[in-house]
Design a protein around this ligand. Structure first.
Ligand SMILES: [Zn+2]
Length: 222
């Protein structure tokens, strides 16, 4: 069993990745001969990026950063679901071991997951994941229903979803306990505008539990 298992078309598209990789390595080593030697020594990223799996929103490229700069978790529609062990494990490691300074939830306009959640159609297994986005719609139904244009409606839902997912992070004991211990940890919600490439901060940066409802603040009686 090996690459010969693939037909020519499959093999070509797979091999292209290795050709590109080789060119990428050459380019970086040309600029900094020790780049990979230093990279292999360890990571000290200051940012945890929780973004969408969409192929058009790669964390490093859109922020102009390099390998080693950003710890990344991506899933469909950049969700922060409090029972998702994968997301929680990434968050815990990033916050408590890597000691990142920023946790960024990055939505993007044109998000297929958000658009799908605003319909009544079945898409398969993903319907269960999209339910979490429908819950965001339920929280903001008045505002969303008041927007007539479908594109504008989808865009606002993308923004509100990123804001709600960032709020979900501040409801975890991981974040709340870290805030008790240090004052250099901020949570942000942003969107990426695919049509322009620009990032947009959504103005909800949080550095404490002060704005949380009492039932979500788990540090008061500890
Ligand atoms: Zn998306």
């Amino acid at each position: 069993m090996g690459k010969e298992e693939m037909n020519t078309e499959l093999r070509t598209s797979y091999d292209k990745l290795f050709v590109n990789n080789s060119q990428w390595v050459d380019k970086i080593v040309h600029e900094d001969p020790n780049f990979f030697v230093n990279l292999a020594k360890g990571q000290t990223p200051e940012v945890l990026w929780i973004g969408c799996s969409d192929s058009r929103v790669p964390a490093n490229e859109v922020t102009g950063t390099k390998p080693g700069d950003i710890f990344v978790h991506r899933n469909i529609a950049n969700m922060c679901v409090h029972s998702d062990m994968n997301m929680l494990s990434v968050l815990d490691y990033a916050v408590n071991v890597l000691k990142v300074k920023h946790v960024i939830v990055a939505g993007h306009y044109g998000c297929g997951g958000v658009a799908a959640a605003l319909t009544g159609k079945q898409y398969g297994l993903i319907d269960n994941w999209l339910r979490h986005i429908k819950d965001v719609y339920r929280l903001h139904k008045g505002e969303i229903d008041g927007i007539g244009d479908q594109v504008a409606k989808d865009k606002r839902m993308v923004e509100l979803n990123a804001i709600e997912q960032a709020a979900n992070l501040s409801k975890t004991t991981i974040i709340q306990n870290a805030w008790k211990q240090r004052d250099d940890l901020a949570i942000h919600a942003i969107v990426i505008d695919l049509e322009s490439g620009y990032l947009k901060d959504l103005g909800v940066t949080t550095t404490s539990t002060s704005k949380l409802d009492d039932v979500f603040d788990l540090t008061t009686s500890v």
